[in-house]
Every structure is written in structure tokens, then in C-alpha cells.
Design a protein around this ligand. Structure first.
Ligand SMILES: Cc1cc2nc3c(=O)[nH]c(=O)nc-3n(C[C@H](O)[C@H](O)[C@H](O)COP(=O)(O)O)c2cc1C
Length: 221
């Protein structure tokens, strides 16, 4: 082995029966996850969000560059500012004739320009991808497969939020550059996703969507 490797995998081999049960249990947990667009304003413990972001930070990444940055936003004024900016972008999106096909495709979700969840949810997690890092001597450190890496980290984050028994939404307004301005982000950060997190509102409803079957999403050779 090359130097700078450690013997730390701590990989316990489980009986296959137990592995099967674990895989089934995890699937049973994850299949209950749904995107929530109506939130209660009930506060959530900061440590839960911290653990979920720590989980996201364990994701694999191109050349281990970990090209992500998470902002935890619980300040009411900042959330309001984000809502105002996002709703301007959304109003434009929904009214533009060029977006008609897209608007038709999301009709079943029942969404419109109005995004009260940006103020109602007790916490917004703004996820940024970092196109490069800056080393202490000021030189740029190149990042690889940035979108794929941050996408995986967000997947871990969403799974961790669901596992903590909280709800969230992967929210992506057509342009998110306003986030850089509001959060005063450095140049190398690009907005990737905005994730409201919290308890679903009482009587919260979700669209009645169908998931593709295993056969539909899988090929065999
Ligand atoms: C990359 C991505 C972007 C999304 N953007 C939005 C969005 O801007 N607004 C919204 O209401 N839902 C958004 N969603 C949520 C999807 O509509 C939702 O995941 C899909 O309808 C399936 O529903 P489910 O998450 O409840 O399984 C997004 C999901 C993903 C993965």
C-alpha cells in the first residue's frame, strides 16, 4: 500500500439474512420520504440540522475535494428576504410563454409563484457548490466532478433529514444568484439548491405521484 493509508474501515461482515433485513428496512424508510411544501413554524433542534449536514459532509467527492458549502438560515428577516427574491424569480418563470411546457409538466404538483414555505419552515439550508478552493498561499485548487459530488451530498442530506423524521423540499428557483448577495458568499460559491426543513404543517398534502418500478429503472446483462 502507498503511504498515508490507515487500517480503519472497521468493516464487520454481517450474516446475509441481516444484510437483507437492513436493505429492506432502509428501503422501507426511504420510500416514505416525500417533498413537503407546507411547513409548520415549530422550531427544530439545531443539533439535528448539524448532524444532517455532517452526514452530507461524509459523501464521496471527485478527488476528495468536498466541493460543497452549507448555510443554515433560521433568521426570520433573512428568510423573508429570500422569499421576496425567490417569488420575483418565480413570478417571471410562471408567466414567461417560453416556459409553458415546463409549467404544464409541473401542473400536477400544484405549485405556483407563491413560496410561503421559505418563511414558514424554521430552517432553510442553502447548498452551494464550490468551483474551486483557495489555498493559504492564494493559489486556486481545482475541483473535479463538482455537480455530481454536490448532488450526492444533497442526497445524503435529504436521507439524513428524512431519517431524523423531519420533512424537506429540494427547491430550485430558475435563478438563485440572489442567494450569493443575501448571504454574502465568496466568489467561488455557486448556489446549488435551497432546502427548507421542518415539520410538515398540520393537514399538509402532497401530490399523488407514482414511482417507476424496479423493472422500469433497471437493466440487466
Ligand atoms: C433537482 C430537483 C429540483 C427540484 N426543484 C423543485 C422546485 O423548484 N420546486 C418544487 O416545488 N419542487 C422541486 N423539486 C421536487 C420534485 O418536484 C419532487 O421531488 C418530485 O415531484 C417527486 O416527489 P417526491 O420528492 O415527493 O418523491 C425538485 C426536485 C429535484 C430533485
Amino acid at each position: 500500500m502507498e503511504n498515508n493509508h490507515i487500517q480503519a474501515l472497521n468493516f464487520a461482515v454481517y450474516p446475509e439474512e441481516q444484510m437483507l433485513k437492513r436493505s429492506q428496512d432502509f428501503y422501507d424508510l426511504m420510500k416514505l420520504r416525500r417533498s413537503v411544501r407546507q411547513f409548520s413554524n415549530r422550531p427544530i433542534p439545531a443539533e439535528i440540522i448539524e448532524n444532517c449536514i455532517k452526514t452530507a459532509g461524509t459523501a464521496p467527492s471527485g478527488a476528495n475535494m468536498q466541493p460543497w458549502h452549507f448555510y443554515i438560515i433560521s433568521d426570520q428577516k433573512t428568510k423573508k428576504q429570500i422569499r421576496i427574491e425567490a417569488e420575483q424569480i418565480e413570478a417571471e418563470f410562471y408567466s414567461k410563454p417560453a416556459n409553458q411546457k415546463w409549467v404544464d409538466d409541473i401542473k400536477a404538483l400544484g405549485t405556483n409563484f407563491s413560496k410561503p414555505f421559505l418563511e414558514d419552515a424554521p430552517c432553510l439550508i442553502a447548498v452551494f457548490s464550490k468551483t474551486y478552493d483557495i489555498s493559504p498561499d492564494g493559489t486556486r485548487i481545482k475541483h473535479y466532478y463538482v455537480k455530481q459530488s454536490v448532488g450526492i451530498a444533497v442526497g445524503f442530506l435529504i436521507a439524513a433529514i428524512h431519517n431524523a423524521h423531519l420533512a424537506c423540499l429540494t427547491y430550485t428557483p430558475a435563478s438563485m444568484d440572489f442567494l450569493n448577495k443575501i448571504l454574502n458568499c465568496p466568489e467561488n460559491e455557486r448556489p446549488f439548491m435551497l432546502i427548507p426543513v421542518g415539520y410538515p404543517a398540520e393537514n399538509c398534502q402532497v401530490p399523488n405521484i407514482k414511482r417507476k418500478t424496479f423493472r422500469q429503472i433497471t437493466g440487466f446483462f
